[in-house]
Design a binder for this molecule. Sequence first.
Ligand SMILES: [Zn+2]
Length: 458
Amino acid sequence: MIEAGRDRGLWNPAVEMLAPEALRELQLDRLMRQLRYNYEHSPVHRSKFEEAGALPEDIRSFADFARIPVMTKDEHRRVQEQSLREHGSPSALFGCAPPEEIVRINATSGTTGMPTLYTLTAHDVAVVNEMHARKYWRCGIRPGHTMIQALSLSMFTGGLPLSQGIMHLGACVVPVGIEGGTRRVLDMIALTRPHAIVATPSFGQYLIEEAPRQTGRPAHELGLRWFFCAGEGGGGDADIRRTLAEGFGAEVYDHTGGGHAFHGISCDHADEVEGAMHFVSGDHCLLELIDPKTRNPIEMSEGAIGEMVFSFLDWRGGPFMRYALGDLLQVWTSPCPCGRPGMRFKILGRTDDMLTVKGMNVYPQAVAGVVARFRPRVTGALRIRLDRPGPAVTPPLRIRIEHGGIEAAAIADLERELLLEFRDSLRVTPVFEWLAPGTLPRESGKIRLIEIEPAPAS
Ligand SMILES: [Zn+2]
């Protein structure tokens, strides 16, 4: 069945094509309304205004807004605990909508403590659905396509919110999840014949290795035309994307945004910012950059890097206001040669994952990217081993790395090439501990690249 408008390139052209000035105007208008709402309905938000010595009506520009103190995830967690203790509800202090309007609670993964919650009204759910539809539509997903969702489904934003968004677009979702194991994902691919898969890049790489073993056929015979990376940073890395594209014979896109209002998706344009994502939710989310240490604003200009701060612009449940998740972001404001609208960004890593070696900033995802360039002589699997938590690393940087099943002499050659590449790209000189292929555990939703273990006594 061909729907009217099925050939249009964007899900919602009227909004997605807004000129930057018109978008800024819409954002400011919505921001002022949102601030009034936040102030009136949430004690936590009200306290932020009090800290700044401002009332909502004092905020008339983006510069005024930058006076409101940033809220961190740790702070959010403390507020949640206090809210549970004093009010018997996690969202009494931070949330704005009355309980009878809340229809969904999602959580962040909570790998570093109590998960932080997103609370949504029906209105907010519709916003999230719209953003998912915008992302997949611009990549060519249409009603009639089937997407298999091979992410952790339990509670997290890559679970039900994503399933609902795919359904909202009108495509068919197979929410298999990864909790049932790789075999189950492969069986469901054979049974439902999806056109697209949503998975972490590391799970994708694992499927490329496992498909021949478990199905007797290579991954590119699974029939997948799209691979959507989610849940971890590798989808922004050109080499990892190439591995996935070749392994599956599929178009590879990286995307972000789960149960909230910050969403982006990469495009098929390859240039020096290959893998950057177009920001698709500017009408619902105001982005700012700040210096991770000083908290001062950084101008959103071409190539700027800073810690991402976001504010929801039309959110009823638990609206985030100048909220910093601890992600380090780079932005590009010039039009993308692909022609698709939306400022572009890349998530460079977590501000707290960042390591420093002799004063050089090193992002674990960048280390994985360098290693991936040496496939197939390496498998791509690695761990950065630290004696104690970062960011400061006492040199040398130690990396446990799997070779691709090559001889000792070839490993020595490979190591020399790797060292040159590390010096060129990242300005560090690591030491390598070589492991046989398949030594490092793979099968998990998210692979942590850093392991902490005290160095053996020498
Ligand atoms: Zn583009």
